[in-house]
Design a protein around this ligand. Structure first.
Ligand SMILES: *[C@@H]1O[C@H](CO)[C@@H](O)[C@H](O)[C@H]1NC(C)=O
Ligand SMILES: *[C@@H]1O[C@H](CO)[C@@H](O)[C@H](O)[C@H]1NC(C)=O
Ligand SMILES: *[C@@H]1O[C@H](CO)[C@@H](O)[C@H](O)[C@H]1NC(C)=O
Ligand SMILES: *[C@@H]1O[C@H](CO)[C@@H](O)[C@H](O)[C@H]1NC(C)=O
Ligand SMILES: *[C@@H]1O[C@H](CO)[C@@H](O)[C@H](O)[C@H]1NC(C)=O
Ligand SMILES: *[C@@H]1O[C@H](CO)[C@@H](O)[C@H](O)[C@H]1NC(C)=O
Ligand SMILES: *[C@@H]1O[C@H](CO)[C@@H](O)[C@H](O)[C@H]1NC(C)=O
Ligand SMILES: *[C@@H]1O[C@H](CO)[C@@H](O)[C@H](O)[C@H]1NC(C)=O
Ligand SMILES: *[C@@H]1O[C@H](CO)[C@@H](O)[C@H](O)[C@H]1NC(C)=O
Ligand SMILES: *[C@@H]1O[C@H](CO)[C@@H](O)[C@H](O)[C@H]1NC(C)=O
Length: 464
């Protein structure tokens, strides 16, 4: 049967072309070749001993202090050769490459005194776990430009179990440290390395822009507490690609500050691209957004995702008091195996910094599109809980096929949106088909819609 080209077809082609072009401009496309440093030193030149016992904090400090004089001469490289280099926290500088050899292992000290206390983040108002300051990360940098942490699959091992035990037995005095934190920095590259056993979240870019995390492996036991993989926080133009992450909590969690502190700091996360991510998580999600999202989160694009043996696939977490927004999220090509809840929205996640949050500060959640999802051995397809006077709107689901072991497969409250080709059949709140006039509501689904309209002529997806 010959199909005539209608004006609608032409319009749809144009719309999908425009959104394809706009959607494809992400930091993953814009990144530039790595800087080559004209100067290089080796950590042993500063007295470091790679026996796994000698504390090398001073050697790292002195080497980086020495390299400062090369910052305006093309930058410099600090080479860490094969060995086990025990250290407390150290601080990076601009125009620096930290290069680990294949068999190099940087080991975090197990003495908490080697992890100095620093101020709470202004967008959190206090440490995430405890009031007051927090332990500084093992590898730290602030106000930097052009910093590269890389290596031939060398390892940074936080030896976090001592911190997990202090968390479990209630003997922490301050919030646990991250393994790597970059604050207010741009042109950051973290690549070709393995990060293990972080005390807390593993890689934390906060108030950063132009961040590339590529080809890293992040490992921590599935029962280790809060060992998130990568947490872009109040950061924009971030590309995370070709990573394998297996940890106790969210593999990736996009954040932007906490309740009244995040609202007044008002530093959003935007233009976050995640692609070719594989992994498993004990208690977390493959990709989480929130729960700290008070500065707003928008333009999140994730595709080619493979999550297995995990609690959740995709999860949005928020609560009254957070304020802020999560909008324009597009997730596609997701494969889930042995996952308890494939998609979860938690509007009442709770957890507040103090009692001064404003219960009337409601988060705005809208334009969330999830398409091309397959799942085997899923308990629940979707547990989608919005908020009573603050529904999550323009939620669009398309081409989702899950083999589900529990009933009901979908359980929705206070959400609104549309769906096409979802099996098992989604909840009534999202049951309306996606039509051309929903193009502006269903973020970036126009490509898909075009193929749906094609099918409609053959009668296969006529509305019920
Ligand atoms: C952020 O870093 C830049 C340098 O990259 C600096 O000029 C600026 O003052 C820093 N902002 C804050 C709040 O420290
Ligand atoms: C990933 O890193 C490993 C070493 O860790 C390297 O051999 C491999 O070439 C890298 N792959 C890409 C695509 O960069
Ligand atoms: C890097 O090392 C980790 C941990 O030893 C390993 O699981 C991973 O496969 C290695 N990656 C590459 C690209 O060789
Ligand atoms: C708590 O755990 C830490 C780290 O393992 C240990 O040093 C400390 O003795 C423990 N304290 C108590 C009260 O169990
Ligand atoms: C917490 O403070 C107590 C008392 O000052 C100290 O003995 C303990 O070592 C501290 N714990 C940590 C994890 O730093
Ligand atoms: C990772 O390692 C590969 C192989 O050595 C190299 O080609 C690539 O440029 C590295 N990528 C980054 C971002 O460091
Ligand atoms: C996000 O990316 C788009 C397209 O590259 C760009 O126009 C916009 O300025 C970026 N937003 C931020 C906050 O950097
Ligand atoms: C299904 O997934 C659960 C975890 O959600 C796992 O315990 C169980 O073994 C899986 N069943 C099969 C047949 O793989
Ligand atoms: C539906 O998603 C699967 C991947 O899960 C993909 O292979 C297939 O092409 C998609 N179908 C349509 C109509 O887009
Ligand atoms: C749907 O989810 C809510 C909230 O978790 C729960 O209380 C309710 O029992 C669930 N409904 C069904 C039919 O399972």
């Amino acid at each position: 049967m010959k199909r005539s080209i209608t004006l609608l077809d032409v319009l749809l082609v144009l719309v999908s072309f425009v959104t394809w072009v706009a959607g494809d401009v992400s930091y993953c496309q814009q990144k530039t070749p790595l800087e080559v440093r004209p100067h290089s030193v080796t950590i042993t030149e500063f007295g470091a001993v790679g026996d796994g016992k000698t504390l090398n904090t001073k050697a790292f400090h002195n080497a980086i202090f020495y390299l400062q004089s090369f910052a305006d001469k093309g930058g410099a490289q600090l080479f860490v050769p094969a060995g086990r280099w025990l250290t407390g926290g150290f601080v990076l500088i601009s125009h620096l490459t930290l290069l680990l050899d294949k068999e190099a292992i940087i080991l975090g000290s197990t003495d908490s005194d080697d992890w100095p206390i620093v101020d709470a983040l202004p967008s959190y108002g206090r440490g995430r776990e405890l009031p007051g300051g927090r332990h500084r990360s093992l590898i730290y940098g602030e106000n930097l430009v052009d910093v590269i942490i890389t290596g031939d699959n060398g390892t940074v091992d936080g030896q976090g179990s001592v911190w997990w035990n202090r968390f479990r037995n209630g003997t922490l005095n301050y919030t646990r440290p991250h393994l790597v934190e970059l604050m207010n920095s741009s042109e950051v590259v973290i690549s070709n390395l393995t990060f293990k056993n972080s005390p807390f979240w593993t890689i934390h870019p906060v108030y950063c822009s132009q961040v590339l995390v590529q080809n890293v492996t992040i490992l921590a036991p599935l029962d280790s507490p809060n060992t998130d993989g990568i947490d872009p926080d109040s950061s924009n133009n971030v590309c995370i690609e070709d990573c394998y992450i297996s940890t106790g909590d969210d593999l990736i969690s996009i954040k932007s500050g906490w309740d009244e502190y995040g609202i007044s700091y008002a530093s959003p996360s935007s233009n976050i691209t995640i692609r070719r991510l594989t992994g498993e998580t004990g208690l977390g999600a493959g990709i989480a957004i929130g729960s700290e999202m008070s500065g707003g989160i928008s333009n999140v694009h994730a595709d080619s995702l493979r999550f297995f043996n995990s609690d959740h696939g995709i999860r949005i977490k928020t609560a009254p008091g957070r304020g802020g927004y999560i909008r324009k999220v597009y997730i596609s090509d997701l494969t889930l195996t042995n996952v308890r809840i494939a998609i979860r929205f938690s509007g009442q996640f709770g957890e507040h910094p103090d009692e001064f949050y404003d219960l009337k500060a409601l988060p705005r959640i809208e334009k969330i599109s999830i398409k091309d999802v397959r799942g085997e051995n899923i308990s629940t397809a979707g547990l989608l809980e919005g908020l009573k006077d603050d529904n999550f709107i323009n939620i669009c689901l398309s081409n989702i096929t899950l083999s589900v072991t529990k009933q009901p497969a979908w359980n929705c409250s206070y959400v609104q949106g549309y769906s096409n080709l979802v099996s098992p059949r989604t909840c009534d709140l999202l049951g309306g088909k996606i039509y051309p006039d929903h193009l502006s509501d269903c973020y970036r689904l126009s490509n898909h819609l075009r193929s749906m309209v094609g099918r409609k002529k053959e009668g296969s997806i006529l509305p019920c």
